[in-house]
Write a protein that binds this ligand. Structure first.
Ligand code: NPW
Ligand code: ADP
Ligand code: K
Length: 546
């Protein structure tokens, strides 16, 4: 895992590094500019040969300061650089002002309103250094118009505009939520889509959330600027970093490969162990004609390593399930009494309700499952799909029954049914930064529910009652759009259940399942359907060294 930082955390780290005397703000800004130029050269190696043109748009804060450094460094490579500024350069903060003045000894600076079609005719890239982590309100119309002008071809006969490189984050996007400040209700239209974003020290939370993370052609580079050790240290002890308010000290992790050895270690099966040592998962099946979802979940639970998996089905669905199950066992359990009876066997230590279940039956069975698993040392419950929607009329009824062994796995629609106020807040236009984010919504939901919540999407957020959160970002080089296929959520629910059966803590089970789910999709590639996901896990495990 690696830490994602909020704008406030990043500012605190930079200020702490500067106050300690280890580095100056000017040095950080210089490294930031160098990082942008290096990322441009690595992304478009053809630009390392010969001289090219660049348009650099600079704003009124330190993001603009980075832009003046980029302009100077490109000019030093022989490029012809046209700089356009928003705001009065005389009011720039000190480090940005110093870099503005250095640039003025090299080249000119025009107001943003002077941009015209000819500006872009010889440019290989446009650099957006207008606003970064300091954005607090909607972009001024002058800036919005300039960005749209820089990104949109004026007519079909005109040449394409050059690709835009965002310094730190695309201007107009809130670094904590990935949302457009002043955007519409959908909030999914950025002022422009960068080809490349170069951020500094660590990715910001907003980079990994939609809409910012929603474009598969978009590349994100994290350039080191010399505060990476401070970020790593702060990760362990956020509370000793000065300048931070308490609300900002909770962790937000990006699930990723750095913890690969740990994953492999935990996913491996011990040589001396037997199947009962890996738990026994139960998946509730829907009625005849609606049994596929449970089998997908069951297959995923078995493949992820649960020692035994049982599908519990109503009488009319027994034959249909029996015809299609082999290693997975089948038991009849139609109503509440039958389920209570089944769960008296304490070896059954993880249960999944929801996929294909039907809301009426979910309403009967969920209380039984929660009651039977409460106060047991090891027992997990995954509630998905119908097991969530069944409580849309009275979510509090569900919340009072949940316990800390539960994992809720809603997609956005199911989330809105259980947490209508949080969903409304998340979907209302964001007018100020930092804006309410998907991470905030998942955290608030987990706190209210008193258990782990996994809020799905290509930017899946997992949060628990402690307030820590993690994002499984299926974006940039992990984009896995083929996961948007019927039944893929059922497989995810099965993965969580299987890992719970194996003894994973609920939040770890949810995080690991979300990560493996995306890895399986990436490993399989285009053409993926839900059935392929469990079958791809062995390959993922081999690649992990399990
Ligand atoms: N700290 C460091 O050492 C390092 C920082 N680095 C770089 O600095 C960036 C952060 O810089 P920053 O904090 O100056 O914020 P930035 O985004 O440039 O602009 C804020 C300015 O705009 C204003 N403003 C806000 N919204 C507005 C709006 N809608 N319309 C109009 N104005 C608006 C706001 O003032 P306000 O009016 O809100 O008081 C403020 O004046 C960061 O992203 C990274 O690129 C790197 O160099 C590494 C070292
Ligand atoms: N575009 C996408 N990129 C990555 N993952 C996605 C995308 N769309 C959906 N997913 C993932 O696929 C799963 C879909 O679950 P869900 O919406 O419950 O579908 P279903 O009910 O059809 O199984 C979730 O895990 C979600 O995170
Ligand atoms: K920017």
């Amino acid at each position: 895992m690696s830490e994602l930082v909020t704008a406030a955390q990043m500012r605190a780290i930079e200020q702490a590094a500067i106050s300690s005397g280890k580095v100056t703000g000017l040095a950080l800004m210089e490294r930031a500019g160098q990082g942008v130029v290096q990322a441009i050269c690595e992304t478009w190696p053809e630009l390392t040969i010969g001289a090219h043109g660049a348009v650099v748009l600079c704003g009124p804060g330190n993001n603009g300061g980075d832009g003046y450094v980029v302009a100077r460094l490109l000019a030093a490579r022989g490029w012809s650089v046209a700089v356009f500024a928003y705001g009065d350069p005389a009011r720039l903060p000190p480090d940005a002002r110093a870099n503005y003045e250095r640039w003025c000894r090299v080249g000119g600076c025009a107001p943003l309103t002077a941009l015209d079609d000819s500006t872009f005719s010889d440019a290989a890239v446009t650099v957006d250094a207008l606003f970064g982590t300091g954005l607090t309100r909607p972009l001024p119309s002058e800036v919005l118009n300039a960005l749209m002008f820089a990104s949109t071809r004026p007519n079909a006969a005109a040449p394409q505009r050059p690709p835009i490189v965002a310094v730190d984050i695309a201007s107009g996007v809130d670094a904590d939520s990935g949302r457009v400040i002043g955007g519409d209700e959908q909030g999914d239209e950025l002022p422009y889509w960068p080809a490349l974003t170069v951020t500094f020290g660590a990715a910001k939370v907003g980079h990994m959330l939609l809409p910012h993370a929603g474009d598969t052609r978009h590349k994100l580079v994290v350039a080191p600027i010399g505060v990476e050790d401070d970020i790593a240290r702060a990760y362990l002890t956020w509370n000793v970093v000065e300048h931070l308010d308490l609300a900002a000290v909770r962790h937000i992790d990006l699930l990723g490969r750095p913890d690969i050895s740990l994953q492999a270690l935990e996913l491996a099966k011990d040589v001396a162990s037997h199947k009962f040592g890996h738990g026994h998962a139960v998946i509730l099946s829907g009625p005849a004609g609606r049994t596929g979802a449970a089998r997908l979940a069951a297959r995923a639970a078995l493949r992820v390593g649960a020692g035994l998996v049982t599908v519990a089905a109503p009488r009319d669905a027994m034959a249909e399930n029996a015809a299609q199950l082999t290693a997975i066992m089948l038991r009849e359990a139609e109503g509440a009494a039958a389920l209570a009876d089944l769960l008296r066997d304490k070896r059954l230590n993880a249960i999944c309700l929801g996929p294909g279940l039907g809301q009426a039956r979910a309403r009967d069975l969920v209380p039984v499952a929660l009651d039977a698993t409460r106060d047991r040392d090891v027992s997990g419950v995954v509630l998905d799909a119908d097991a969530l929607s069944a409580f849309a009329d009275d979510p509090v009824d569900l919340f009072t029954m949940l316990h800390d062994g539960c994992v809720l796995t809603p997609h956005a629609g199911e989330f809105a049914r259980l947490f209508p106020d949080l969903s409304a807040r998340l979907n209302a236009p964001a007018m100020t930064g930092p804006a309410y984010s998907k991470v905030d919504a998942a955290r608030d939901a987990a706190e209210r529910a008193g258990c782990t919540v996994l809020l799905k999407g290509s930017d899946t957020v997992i949060a628990d009652e402690t307030g820590d959160a993690a994002i499984n970002a299926a974006c940039y080089d992990r984009a896995a759009p083929w996961l948007a296929t019927a039944g893929s959520g059922d497989v995810l629910a099965g993965l969580v259940t299987g890992l719970l059966a194996r003894g994973y803590a609920p939040v770890t089970a949810a995080e690991t399942a979300a990560w493996l789910h995306t890895e399986a999709a990436l490993s399989f590639g285009p053409g993926l359907i839900a059935e392929d996901l469990p079958e791809e896990l062995p390959k993922v495990f081999r690649a992990l060294g399990v």
